[in-house]
Design a binder for this molecule. Structure first.
Ligand SMILES: C[S@@+](CC[C@H](N)C(=O)[O-])C[C@H]1O[C@@H](n2cnc3c(N)ncnc32)[C@H](O)[C@@H]1O
Length: 287
């Protein structure tokens, strides 16, 4: 084991190590030696792992706060088991790693802190068993079969298993444009189109007609959706209807926004009604 690999088992980037020096003195040594995920990948010579280079920056951005913690991570798609080794080295010895694959051979990668579950990511019955068996997740990575149905069924069933504040990351979402994977440009059933529709869902509180986009579980639990080339990241956070407020003294006479469209009477009425509905709901809730 290389010195940096030894150190990265323990630590957080900002943790300092207490070392007993000669003559009994203690020295605080900052752990600058902690490797990045890309460095860990570059020096990996264990089981096979295959990754697109630009994924490492995305992982680092979302995953680094969890290093050295006892996080719960689930990866869908194991293949040769290389990613499990890389996650272990990156997150450290306390990480609880869970992984799913349809290939029963992958069971051999199980160890004390790495649990392997065999089944299909598009089998809802299996996914329900997985949720029952696992603790709430900090990070979920979908690197499984990458077909539209696999990604959609997994997201619908497994996003609720992610903790408030956790991350759901889907890899290789370029398959949304590939026919072989049941994708296609602007194809309604692709995972990309589904994710775009979740943008509307996040904005449901601002859409006047709540019959078109009603507030639902995703409105109340998706804090952000980040689209990268071939990767989509969902940040989960419990949300309530947003509100705004003003502080301080007015200083000018505001002018009307000339770019605004005049609303029809019907539209104004509908908006008022909606506001009333929300207010009475809030009042009811406060009682
Ligand atoms: C891209 S590989 C995973 C690579 C691995 N995460 C890595 O980085 O080294 C995809 C894996 O998904 C598995 N897979 C394919 N379809 C699946 C399904 N329906 N359910 C679960 N796993 C599936 C395959 O058996 C394969 O091992």
């Amino acid at each position: 084991m290389l010195p940096h690999q030894f150190l990265s088992q323990f630590s957080h980037p900002f943790i300092v190590l207490l070392v007993a020096g000669a003559g009994g003195a203690n020295f605080l040594i900052p752990n600058y030696a902690m490797s990045t995920l890309r460095e860990i990948f570059e020096s990996h010579n264990g089981r096979l792992i295959h990754k697109w280079d630009h994924y490492f920056d995305i992982y680092e951005r979302y995953f680094s706060p969890y290093r050295g913690s006892a996080l719960n991570l689930l990866e869908v798609g194991i293949s040769h088991g290389g990613s499990l080794q890389v996650w272990r080295e990156y997150f450290g010895k306390d990480a609880n790693i869970f992984a799913i694959d349809i290939n029963a051979e992958c069971k051999k990668f199980e160890d004390e802190k790495t649990k392997i579950l065999i089944g299909s990511q598009e089998d809802e019955g299996f996914l329900k068993q997985v949720i029952d068996a696992l603790p709430p997740l900090d990070i979920l990575i979908d690197d499984g079969g990458h077909t539209m149905n696999q990604q959609l069924v997994s997201f619908r069933n497994l996003f609720p298993a992610v903790k408030n504040g956790g991350i759901y990351l889907i890899e290789d979402t370029h398959t949304s444009y590939w026919r072989e994977y049941h994708g296609g440009y602007k194809r309604k059933t692709s995972f990309i189109e589904f994710s775009k529709s979740l943008v509307d869902q996040m904005y449901a509180w601002h859409i006047d007609n709540d019959k078109i986009v009603p507030v639902n579980y995703h409105t109340e639990n998706i804090n952000s959706i980040s689209f990268y080339d071939s990767v989509i990241v969902f940040e989960k956070r419990n949300r309530h209807e947003p509100f705004h407020s003003m502080k301080g003294e007015p200083t000018i006479t505001p002018c009307a926004n000339p770019g605004l469209k005049k609303e029809s009477v019907l539209h104004q009425l509908r908006k008022k009604l909606r506001r009333k509905k929300i207010q009475s709901f809030v009042r009811q809730f406060k009682k």
